[in-house]
Design a protein around this ligand. Structure first.
Ligand code: 3HC
Length: 694
């Protein structure tokens, strides 16, 4: 047995088997050391007369999650991944790969270039490059199209969807399913190759059947579905070259890949990928979390039911609390319905559903929460009601229980002060529907201890949520920023734009829905209630737009009442509500406003500048830890266009100096609303960026 070692790649010769072992935790990303190591290892084992078959496998949790994302945007270092893949395919001795954990992107491309593939049960395979604004750039579009049928290949390449090992075997992506540890499977694969029991072939020498109709249909679908995203379209173009000889097709694919590497979409999408992970870095993250295996959820409305569902799906035992047995039973039934729909959508097996249901109970007696690890109170937004509940919980709950309040804007310090254990109280702002929406704002009050914050974080991780730490202020990170920039939409409407134009301009920019359509969907009564609540503290200098109030006075609350800004009939399309158009005209006339519509570009500029301004203040005040936390809130809770990477990532594209100039221009009309935040001014003066503060 011979043995040579580099940091990330080791070789080992066992009998006639030459092993290439990848060891680059946590996910064997194919950074420089791995690429160099694989090329060196191939050369070494090809030169070893004892070796008859070479097998690559990975240590740790995966064979490989692909190219090293942290190297993107930097000067590429040789060997490139296409060179590594080429070295594998052209190896004189047969090379097999053992797939375990995940084989994604470049990781799968390494496997595709191998002469045989054995996957462990449960391995997930995919080419998710499009989700990062890229396309497979190491032969993935060329080799996948040679191994599986074109329609399947295009689907995988353009959607980034993963398939499991069983499906991969069915479609021809892998040759065998292996059992046991990757190393044992690798040794067996080498032996099988030598014995002729595992066939090898050179993928690049196979022929891809390219049907132009399939390609055209895919192009058309993506043009229609995601006109903003260029990566899927370019991926189809790359696949169209697969009928050419492999070297030629791979070269064209690489050119398209490098083109995408320079695109702003790629930067934004990778920022979004990083944002999801950056939020896990809390100052309190190192503390030992308290237990969170059993929970009580107080309130059986949509929010409480969603939270209880999310907890059950995460394997937490839940008691749902309501004010009467009947209401508690109704809440339980609603949770059961959510779980049934998860089964229907293929997210949960029937067996798992039954197990989850066995750990759900409903009660109308608060003392049933005496032994739970965590309580989440999710009753309506009324401080008096909430403080009364917390006073009771203080007496009932066991010492050490974490007491969470699901509030959108109330002061968590006030709620904590109702108990004798404010250190155990934390704000948990879920987004509705809570079992679907990924965002959770973890609101840390003055006395919340580190272990309680860590518990919230651990619970969020169990629920697969993106948890963003927030300080206490009205609206926390998301709703505070929303409350500010949302006013711009009303100003644009009052000053002369139609609500359809405002919605359309912002939808063309990338939002799934414009602000007026969102208002209709969320229920216009919600904003109305907030405006009434804030009326006593509204500064006299603030411009106040009464249009929405007039709409609500008519009982038109949006979709749920069939009319709001738009009319909602049977069809899904929205028609402007002519009565609202009339209200707008009346309000303009009564205020003596001469309508002046601005361009779509200016609509977007005003809206985004307002959003960035308040986001900047939220960072400056320490409500958000870093700019990237604001980005995560908007990406995962407010439907912010992912390819733009979040409001403060977008701000860096516009540039601080330009933003300041815009605010100064708009301030000429309304100096109260448009004020330059000092952090933004500082960045403009120092030529700095929000990215520098992450
Ligand atoms: N490069 C660098 N780092 C990576 C990485 C990659 N490809 N994939 C994951 N990581 C890092 C994560 O950033 C995270 O780092 P952190 O601990 O410092 O936050 C760590 O690995 C663990 O990742 P997760 O927290 O995401 O762990 P999970 O177990 O939840 O998920 C995963 C693992 C499914 C592999 C997920 O990380 C993932 O989807 N990764 C990206 C896969 C991908 O998109 N690959 C394609 C890359 S592009 C490419 O290959 C181009 C080629 O065609 C030329």
């Amino acid at each position: 047995m011979s043995h040579s070692e580099t940091q990330a790649v080791r070789t080992e010769v066992v009998g006639k088997a030459g092993l290439i072992i990848l060891n680059n935790p946590p996910v064997n990303a194919l950074g420089l050391k791995l690429r160099e190591g694989i090329v060196d290892a191939l050369s070494e084992l090809n030169g070893d007369a004892n070796v008859e078959a070479i097998v690559i496998y990975g240590e740790g949790k995966a064979i490989s999650a692909g190219a090293d994302i942290t190297e993107f945007g930097k000067t590429p270092k040789l060997p490139t991944l296409p060179e590594v893949v080429n070295a594998i395919e052209t190896s004189e001795k047969p090379v097999a790969t053992v797939l375990h954990g995940v084989a994604l992107g470049g990781g799968l491309e390494v496997c595709l270039a191998s002469h045989a593939r054995v996957a462990l049960k449960g391995t997930l395979l995919g080419l998710p490059e499009v989700t990062l604004g890229l396309l497979p750039g190491a032969g993935g579009t060329q080799r996948l199209t040679r191994l599986v049928d074109l329609e399947t290949a295009i689907d995988l390449i353009t959607s980034g969807r993963k398939v499991d090992a069983a499906k991969a075997l069915e479609i021809g992506l892998v040759d065998q399913i292996g059992q046991g540890a990757p190393r044992d499977v690798a040794l067996k694969a080498a032996n099988d190759i030598i014995e002729g029991d595992l066939k090898t072939r050179v993928t690049g020498e196979l022929t891809a059947e390219i049907d132009v109709d399939v390609l055209a249909a895919a192009q058309e679908k993506y043009d229609r579905k995601r006109p903003k995203l260029i990566a899927p379209i370019k991926a189809v173009e790359a696949a169209s070259h697969a009928a050419k000889p492999i070297q030629e097709g791979a070269k064209l694919e690489r050119e398209l890949f490098l083109e995408l590497m320079e695109s702003p979409d790629r930067q934004g999408l990778i920022h979004a990928f990083s944002a999801e992970r950056a939020t896990r870095q809390f100052p309190e993250a190192g503390a030992q979390p308290r237990a969170c295996d059993t929970a009580g959820v107080i309130g059986g409305g949509t929010m409480g039911v969603g939270i209880a569902t999310a907890m059950l799906l995460a394997g937490i035992t839940v008691t749902i609390l309501e004010t009467s047995t009947e209401r508690a039973d109704n809440a339980k039934a609603a949770i059961e319905k959510n779980l049934a729909s998860a089964v229907k959508r293929g997210k949960l097996s029937e067996k798992a559903r039954d197990e989850r249901l066995a750990s759900l109970s409903a009660s109308a007696d608060l003392t049933d929460l005496s032994d739970v690890d965590v309580v989440v109170e999710a009753v309506f937004e009324d401080l008096a009601v909430k403080t009364e509940i917390f006073q009771k919980l203080d007496k009932i709950c066991k010492p050490g229980a974490v007491l969470g309040t699901n509030t959108s804007y109330l002061d968590v310090n006030d709620i904590a002060a109702a108990t004798s254990r404010p250190e155990s109280v934390v704000g948990l702002h879920f987004f509705s529907p809570a079992h679907i929406m990924r965002l959770l704002e973890v609101v840390v009050a003055d006395k919340t201890t580190d272990d309680v914050v860590a518990t919230a974080l651990a619970m969020a991780a169990r629920m697969k949520k993106v948890a963003v730490r927030s300080g206490v202020c009205d609206g926390f990170i998301g709703n505070r920023i929303l409350a500010h920039y949302r006013k711009v939409a009303d100003y644009l409407l009052l000053d002369g734009n139609s609500f359809e134009q405002v919605d359309k301009a912002l939808e063309d920019f990338g939002f799934a829905m414009g602000p007026f359509a969102v208002g209709d969907l969320a229920g216009l009564d919600i904003g109305w209630a907030t405006r009434k609540r804030k009326a006593p503290t509204r500064p006299a200098e603030e411009r106040y737009v009464t249009i929405a109030d007039h709409i609500c006075e008519n009982g038109w609350f949006g979709r749920k009442t069939g009319r709001g800004y738009y009319l909602y009939g049977d069809s899904k399309s929205r028609e402007p509500n002519p009565d609202v158009v009339e209200i707008v005209e009346q309000v303009r006339a009564s205020e003596g406003i001469e309508p002046r519509a601005v361009s779509d570009e200016e609509i977007v500029s005003r809206y985004m500048t307002a959003m960035i301004s308040e986001a900047s203040r939220v960072v400056e005040e320490g409500i958000a830890l870093r700019p990237i936390d604001v980005d995560a809130v908007f990406l995962f809770g407010y439907g912010f266009p992912r390819h733009l990477g979040g409001p403060l990532n977008y701000a860096d594209r516009v540039g601080a100096a330009q933003l300041v100039a815009q605010i100064e221009t708009y301030a000429k009309e309304d100096p109260h609303y448009w004020q330059v935040p000092s952090l933004l001014q500082k960045l403009a003066d120092s030529n700095g960026s929000f990215a520098d503060l992450n």
